[in-house]
Design a protein around this ligand. Sequence first.
Ligand SMILES: [Fe+2]
Length: 346
Amino acid sequence: MRRIGLKWLQPGMVLERPVYGKGGRILLDRGIALKESYIRRLADFGVTHVYVYDERVAEIIINDVVNEETRIEAAEIVKDAVDNIRFGKELKAEVIKQAVTEIIDEILNNRDALFHLSELRIAGENLFHHSVTVAIYALLTGLSINYHKEDLLKLGTGALLHDIGKSRLPEWVGPEYEAMKNHTVYGFEILRNNKGFSLLEAHVAYQHHEMFDGSGYPRQLKGRNIHEFARITAIANSYDALVTGLYDKKLLPYQAIEYITAQAGAAFDPELARVFSTNIVVYPLGSLVRLNTGDKGFVVKIPKNYPTRPVVRIIEDSLQRKYQKNCPEIDLMKELTVFIEDVIEE
Ligand SMILES: [Fe+2]
């Protein structure tokens, strides 16, 4: 299957994966041939990419490290948690930990698979999906530095609820308000005062905006004075905010990773930033890229820990010769002078 940005979709292309709408309902199922009206509808729902059939990459199957149903379910649980707090009710720690455990189990089962996460954006519910994505990125990082399951559960729970303090702020308080910074303190209080959570989880909420060089908030903590779980969550949170355009212009994954790398040792723990970047698939499987040789092709295989050096299946070479069958392939792990210049059809 091929990954394609919405603006490149054409009527007649056939979906290879379902597209989900609000509440996790299927909006368009796999196997459906797209019509002009469907494409408009996808845009209305805030969908940015879909997966379609393409005979040149027909055998490529893209599996998420955590499947969409599990992520949607976890997002619904975060949504309920936020609603509960708004209505003055207690958070149910067991329900949240159950969701995190499910995510961890899926990641462990897919350990050898590629750490791929397809976009899962459902209009109006971004905060909740953001929380789930941050938790998954944090867990992948924790796993790479050999956390055992108990630590993964604490890290994942803290990361899933890192922004829970926002539920104590009026909805009109956007990121541009100074008062927004209080969500860290509120989150700490909410989790600390709930017997179902540990102090560590509360500290993730408290410290996820602290920066490695002391330039963060609320306490301007520095370096290892910031708990490792919070240092991990800070990177995951920033990365997802960049690629989804939460505060500013939306960046492509490789641009966001460049930012994270540039901030290693400044905003972020340098070692954790390095580990984080080995888990991010910057050029997703099935996406169309242009090489510095002028060739265009699909990413068909991504080596673990070297996400920027995939195998690329050429569909058009630098002389504009097009290939429909028996496309030549270039392995960037072997051709060391070749690199990806850009993603096409993003
Ligand atoms: Fe936050």
